[in-house]
Design a protein around this ligand. Structure first.
Ligand code: 5GP
Ligand code: MN
Length: 318
């Protein structure tokens, strides 16, 4: 069993690094910090990294302020790469892969290209946090309160609050066990799902007014420009969940959110309800993700990007 093999590597070594993907989401942050807290608690020498600045709403998580975005040349016995389907998703931290004896890739994306020395990809896991939970438990360790906060955050965010189809009985059993450590899960849920800044509420009204519907109202598109963010005093991450308003419209199967990153470069988020595998569409633009949530970066002017994405969705429908 690979999780036992990974457990033995943990037991037999001293120095570790833990890292996840660019533009980190709740699973990237929660699983990374969960493993970081666990390894630190059992006395290991651990550094934790992310290539991008973490969204501040996760700053309640233990270890949040320990996350670094730059490398100091050194050697690690082992590096864990979490929730990351390929090396490119590590951005400028890809160099880390050359700084250890063993690189371990733990993920749940079907498109994972198995880039590491040891690869454990469980596509049935709702979140990487579930796999980290199993790794800790199978190897006979306890889950602390701090580790539980992080793993709960990983799981509850990637399953949309246990609402999406990636939620299994295993997901709920693990969440139940995490809750038994005494974590304040209603407060965590409130921070994650029911908290907006005033800037975000202002931005929401700007973004929802960009709504466009296509394909008999089954495709909804929303967008945000850099100017709109600036006008509302909002930052890059403030729009990250707004794709859900496109998806949630009753007639819609695919919700699209286009965010201007810089002139000629746009981040596209795709969400679907029941039928369309949005990962396939994102992969057409060198992106990826899951069946119901995927993303990619598309280049061109805004109308060009919008039409390319729209055409790809409509082609895939046929
Ligand atoms: P989001 O729309 O929230 O940025 O991303 C949705 C999901 O798609 C994420 O959980 C992530 O797994 C995946 N994803 C987003 N962008 C990319 C990308 O550029 N490449 C790959 N491989 N996956 C992505
Ligand atoms: Mn994930």
């Amino acid at each position: 069993m690979i999780l036992n093999k990974i457990g033995n590597i943990i037991k037999q070594n001293k120095s570790f690094a833990v890292v996840s993907h660019i533009i980190p989401d709740g699973d990237a942050i929660g699983s990374t910090l969960g493993l970081y807290n666990f390894l630190s608690e059992i006395g290991k020498d651990v550094d934790v990294f992310n290539p991008d600045k973490l969204p501040s709403k996760f700053n309640f998580l233990p270890g949040f302020f320990d996350v670094k975005d730059t490398l100091v040349k050194r050697h690690y016995d082992c590096i864990f790469v979490l929730d990351c389907s390929d090396k490119d998703r590590l951005g400028h931290l890809v160099e880390l892969l050359n700084m250890a004896d063993v690189v371990i890739n733990i993920d749940h994306h079907i498109s994972n290209d198995l880039f590491a020395d040891i690869n454990y990809v469980d596509t049935n896991a709702g979140a990487v946090g579930e796999i980290i939970y199993n790794l800790i438990r199978i190897n006979g360790f306890e889950i602390s309160y701090n580790t539980a906060m992080c793993l709960y955050t990983s799981i509850v965010t990637d399953t949309g609050g246990f609402k999406y189809s990636n939620t299994t009985s295993m997901t709920l059993n693990i969440a139940g066990d995490l809750i038994n450590t005494g974590i304040d899960f209603p407060e965590i849920n409130r921070i994650l799902f029911d908290t907006l800044t005033a800037q975000q509420v202002k931005l929401l009204s700007r973004v929802t007014s960009t709504l466009e519907l296509y394909n008999n109202n089954s495709i909804a598109m929303l967008h945000v420009t850099k100017d709109m963010l600036e006008e509302c005093g909002a930052n890059e991450n403030d729009a990250s969940e707004m794709v859900n308003y496109a998806r949630d419209i009753d007639t819609v199967e695919v919700g699209v959110f286009i965010k201007e990153v810089e002139k000629g470069k746009f981040r596209v988020s795709l969400r679907s309800k029941n039928k369309i595998d949005v990962r396939i569409i994102a992969e057409k633009f060198n992106g990826g993700g899951h069946i119901r949530a995927a993303g990619c970066t598309v280049y061109g002017d805004f109308d060009e990007v919008k039409n390319k994405v729209l055409n790809e969705i409509i082609n895939h429908w046929k």
